[in-house]
Unconditional design. Structure first.
Length: 211
């Protein structure tokens, strides 16, 4: 996917004359990393009145997508929170369209995520960044310990609180995965996500999903 920019007429909160301005309705973090930084910095869809210079956010509905981790977020206007049930139904419908058209090559899976307002998107991206950094540490520690590194399906890992990457000794069986994760943890790695993965891998119904 590619980021999509639109244009609309805006009303200044100070009552100045209406003016036209661009805004983003779809953000693809892979092709537009500067927009990801803008979201993290609170500058995404920040509008300035050309007359008085006041800044305000355009809290339009938008889609945020990061293909690297199959991270898809529907962002709804804070004012629409009262219609959450109806919006989630629409989101599920739109999600199927995106999976089968715009992002078909990414092979999206799992349930879509929705937030209300750009501040909630910012918090979610920050959580995702922390998640990704911990996953990279797990991958590096696993390789240093002499293990192969396998990539879990990002949606599967995200929902269950696992790292994106896990150590593998030989085969991707539950027994092998639990032992490999435990061995890396025993070498001193402090990762709550890998520990949870190691514990869950010992359960009889454990069925990991890999990329």
């Amino acid at each position: 996917m590619k980021s999509i920019k639109n244009s609309d007429v805006f009303k200044c909160p100070n009552g100045c004359e209406d003016f036209e301005h661009d805004f983003w309705s779809l953000v693809d973090a892979a092709s537009s990393p500067e927009l990801k930084e803008a979201a993290l910095g609170g500058e995404l869809n920040l509008i300035m009145c050309p007359c008085c210079g006041v800044y305000f956010h355009h809290d339009n509905n938008l889609i945020y997508f990061d293909s690297a981790t199959k991270f898809l977020v529907f962002v709804f206007d804070e004012k629409e929170r009262g219609s959450e049930k109806e919006l989630k139904e629409k989101m599920r419908h739109d999600y199927e369209i995106i999976k089968n058209s715009l992002a078909k090559e990414v092979n999206l899976s799992g349930a879509p995520v929705c937030v209300f307002g750009l501040h909630e998107l910012k918090n979610l991206i920050e959580q995702e960044e922390f998640f990704a950094r911990e996953s990279e540490v797990v991958a590096a520690s696993s390789a240093e310990a002499g293990y192969k590194v396998a990539a879990l399906n990002p949606s599967y890992a995200r929902v269950r609180g696992y790292p994106f990457f896990v150590p593998v000794a030989s085969e991707k069986t539950a027994k092998d995965l639990a032992a490999s994760a435990g061995a890396v943890l025993d070498k001193g790695l402090n990762s709550g996500r890998l520990r949870k993965f190691a514990e869950d891998a010992q359960k009889p119904d454990f069925k990991p999903e890999f990329c």
